[in-house]
Design a protein around this ligand. Structure first.
Ligand code: MSP
Length: 506
């Protein structure tokens, strides 16, 4: 039986349209999902939209439409963007769907029955942007530290979730499972937060109606995070298909931005424990993509939209950049100039050049077919290192490191060509040596296409086709397919046009 592998992105708020910050997580999750599929895992890759809460209700009001109309419209923008970016999600969940309402209702009842929900009066500070609570000392100059905007002082009689009861259990859990929050610096942050002491949090609202009603007191709707987090369980059959749920839960990876780590690594496992469900195997928090040193936001009007970049760099050029440019973990700065530079260096020059040189030469010198004379030349070791490097990096969700390892093979192949100069070998009439060098490089290209396919699926599939291979790299299975020497001699080659045309830096 294949191994189940479940990975999620956050469900995105539909007050906004998708920008490159949202796409950052979604592309990373996609590369991971595709990589695991190459290993033959039974992957569920989930993304979706978060459609309840005050923030969405306000966005709808400001646009003069009903919340449902607003969310239908904006959720579609997310789905379109993921399609554009070749995202291979297996499901797209909207938190307003009936399947989610039903699942959340059952979950709420389970937590209530566990005695973890009590009525109390809440008085404190609330940021609508975050849909989250703050204490006085967490504010920066009296403003929300994330949105730089004033918070609301609220007094409400609400139901509270008894988070304080879970302090020790959470600490024990993270003690036993140090891998459950990554990177390690984020784990320390979470532990520090728990050790300061956990406060119960308000989990219902009477001030709004746009949400899931509490089954025992329908005047209240569930706090948006209480419902949103549960999407991860809804999508794999909670309360509907116990077998499916048992297969995929607990989730392997929740990919989240650092701003929502606390919800995922503190609230969420406690909520699950309360309902008798297992906490996530890993919450992986990445940093923010900054533009001009600032976080992108609607208020700062510095958002960049994926479709604008795709128009210039193509889908794979887009995907490659965000995966390779910076480590998945720390904050990173987006700059257009460095995107052009990296595209030209890595894709147009290194990758594209290797492909076109080798295919062109093999077409001219070897009759357009994969030659059968193959030396076990210097690229055998480089190919093994690329595979090992990519595999090890993907275990750490280090996409940039993995791609770097694959690009080392590209660099090695380019250097090998410079060194052996097949054009000179051909001119000298040494058909065997010419065939050996080009045969090696064609095989290296096959392995590059295979290993790079989670990052650049379309270009990899196109290269695969040009190598005379049937199907797509996605149909292959690791580790076997990474074995040196599998490109069949006699495959007919198609030299094609440049895979990544060079961009003018001006
Ligand atoms: N709806 C909640 C998540 C609920 S999950 C049960 C939410 N939505 S969000 O749309 O505001 O943000 C979703 C994700 O996008 C977060 O992980 C956030 O970190 C990420 N990003 C938003 N802007 C970003 C950048 N500029 N850079 C990187 N990620 C960013 O929070």
């Amino acid at each position: 039986m294949t191994r189940p592998f479940y990975v999620t992105t956050p469900i995105y708020y539909v007050n906004d349209v998708p920008h490159i910050g949202h796409a950052y997580t979604t592309v990373a999750g996609d590369a991971l999902a595709r990589w695991r599929r190459l290993w033959g895992d039974d992957v569920v890759y989930l993304t979706g939209t978060d459609e309840h809460g005050l923030k969405i209700q306000r966005a709808a009001e400001q646009n003069g439409v009903s919340p449902q109309e607003w969310t239908d419209r904006t959720a579609a923008r997310f789905a379109e963007t993921w399609k554009l970016l070749d995202i291979s999600n297996d499901d797209f969940i909207r938190s307003t769907e009936p399947r989610h309402h039903n699942a959340v209702t059952q979950f709420l009842q389970a937590v209530y029955d566990a005695g973890d929900i009590e009525l109390a009066t809440y008085e404190g500070l609330y940021c609508v942007g975050c849909e989250g609570y703050y204490t006085e000392d967490e504010l920066v100059d009296g403003d929300c530290p994330i949105h730089d905007r004033p918070v609301d002082h609220v007094v409400e009689e609400n139901y509270f979730f008894k988070l304080s009861r879970y302090e020790q259990r959470l600490l024990d859990h993270y003690e036993e499972h140090p891998e459950a929050v990554q990177p390690a610096s984020r784990r320390n942050e979470v532990l520090g937060f728990i050790r300061q002491g956990l406060r119960d949090f308000s989990m219902s609202r009477t001030s709004i109606s746009w949400g899931v009603p509490l089954p025992w007191d329908p005047k209240h709707v569930a706090y948006v995070w209480f419902d949103a987090l549960f999407n991860y369980c809804t999508a794999v059959g909670y309360g509907v298909d116990e077998e499916q749920f048992a297969r995929y839960w607990p989730v392997d990876y929740h990919l989240v931005g650092k701003d929502i780590l606390r919800f995922h690594a503190v609230y969420w496992p406690a909520m699950l424990m309360s309902a008798g469900l297992a906490p996530p195997k890993c919450v992986f928090a990445h940093g923010w993509l900054m533009v001009g040193g600032e976080k992108m936001s609607k208020t700062r009007a510095n958002q960049i939209h994926p479709k604008d970049l795709v128009a210039e760099f193509g889908v794979d050029g887009y995907r490659y950049h965000f995966l390779a440019d910076q480590r998945f973990g720390p904050d990173g700065e987006f700059s257009y100039e460095s995107m052009v530079a990296r595209y030209n260096a890595d894709l147009a020059n290194n990758f594209g050049n290797l492909a076109s040189r080798v295919l062109n030469m093999a077409t001219s010198y070897c009759g357009g077919v994969v030659p059968d004379a193959r030396a076990d030349g210097p690229l055998v070791g480089a190919a093994a290192a690329a595979f090992d490097g990519m595999s090890a990096a993907m275990e750490r969700l280090d996409f940039a490191g993995g791609l770097f390892a694959v690009w080392e093979l590209i660099r090695a192949a380019n250097a090998y060509i410079e060194d052996r100069a097949p054009w000179a070998l051909h001119k000298a009439g040494d058909a065997t040596a010419t065939a050996e060098v080009l045969g090696d490089c064609l095989e290296a290209l096959r392995i590059v296409a295979l290993l790079a396919s989670p990052a650049i699926p379309a270009a990899s599939a196109e290269l695969w086709r040009r190598l005379g291979q049937s199907g797509r790299p996605d149909d292959e299975r690791l580790p076997g397919a990474a074995t040196w020497g599998l490109l069949p001699a006699g495959n007919s080659l198609d030299k094609g046009s440049p895979l990544f045309p060079r961009l003018d830096p001006q």
